[in-house]
Design a protein around this ligand. Structure first.
Ligand code: 173
Length: 323
């Protein structure tokens, strides 16, 4: 009788000990977004987080803290670098204050799947590890060229007299076209347009309806240029602290996220049609001018990269170039 009680107690202890051990193995990562919560990028991330948490019970969880109201857009990079948060959805242009190389990712002309194979992804991670204390986890946006949207008609690639809202993505290119530029977070674009502080703005082909910019937009200049990079990044010590099963689980889900990037080509078509319906007129150059416009964007982009970080630009350039 006595012995049985002891056994039961031992079993109970073992069971609770095991449960405590299992609980200790589950980690929760705090994630913020540099983009608005109601925008397309976070909209697409939310179901992924839900699935991540449903399948990751006992292993790894993600706690979505919020968008720019939680941490302002241009401060997200430093929050990841210093470990204030574990993970973020951002674009490199928003954390050039951490390192100028962050913005080089707009210059990739090969899909992320190929970047993982040709060494680009590893080359990126070496820089992100060494210079930003970050792990570059996954790119969730591809095939989203940037465009210039304006309220003044132009018939050639000359922005003299125009004041354009930018981020580092567009700065050197628009300046090379003689624009006056003003940097703002996406959250300030609507007001800047409304008050006439700017005549236009840079943004990818998709997403202008998310913050109602179509109300204040007359023209879109075609063609687009570069490729919008929106990625998950992670504090490096937090990444290194993960157990092997946690890291494997994270990797599986990151690859699943990237596998959904076929969405973006279709989204481009939908958003282009939606803009037309909303009365936004496409301003198109002739074929030769259009080609020169895009060539110039890349020339200016790479030449600026070489100025800012010659060695890393030289390392990235062949890996980012189309085959
Ligand atoms: O805010 C921006 O225009 C910008 O830099 C950006 C980058 C990637 C996706 C969307 C916007």
């Amino acid at each position: 009788m006595k012995r049985r009680i002891v056994c039961k107690a031992a079993a109970l202890l073992l069971a609770t000990g095991f449960a405590a051990g299992a609980a200790a193995q589950e980690a929760t990562l705090r994630l913020v977004s540099a983009f608005a919560e109601n925008g397309i990028y976070v909209q697409r991330l939310q179901p992924w987080i839900q699935k991540f948490n449903a399948e990751g019970k006992g292993v790894l969880q993600i706690n979505f803290i919020g968008g720019p109201k939680a941490i302002p857009t241009f401060e997200v990079g430093n929050a990841v670098k210093t470990g204030v948060v574990d993970m973020a959805l951002s674009t490199g242009a928003f954390y050039t204050n951490v390192m100028p190389e962050a913005d080089f990712l707009k210059l990739t002309q090969v899909p992320i799947a190929e970047q993982r194979k040709n060494g680009a992804f590893d080359a990126i991670n070496k820089v992100w590890n060494d210079k930003a204390n970050m792990q570059y986890l996954a790119r969730m946006v591809e095939n989203q060229p940037f465009h210039l949207y304006t309220n003044k008609k132009i018939d050639k690639p000359d922005l003299t007299g125009l004041k354009i809202r930018i981020t580092p993505v567009y700065r050197e290119f628009f300046q090379a076209l003689n624009a006056n530029v003003v940097t703002t977070a996406p959250g300030e674009v609507y007001t800047a347009l409304e008050r006439g502080v700017v005549d236009g703005y840079g943004w990818p082909i998709g997403g202008i309806f998310d913050l109602n910019w179509q109300e204040k937009t007359k023209y879109r200049v075609d063609p687009g240029f570069y490729d919008a990079e929106v990625s998950l990044i992670m504090n490096l010590p937090a990444y290194r602290k993960l157990s092997q099963p946690q890291r494997d689980y994270l990797q599986k889900q990151l690859l699943a996220l990237e596998a959904q990037n076929t969405f973006w080509a279709q989204y481009t078509a939908e958003e282009t049609a939606r803009q037309q319906k909303a009365g936004i007129q496409a301003l198109k150059f002739d074929a030769a001018t259009a080609k020169a416009f895009v060539d110039k964007a890349y020339e200016v982009g790479w030449s600026n990269a070489q100025k800012q970080s010659p060695e890393i630009a030289a390392r990235f350039k062949p890996l980012f170039a189309p085959k």
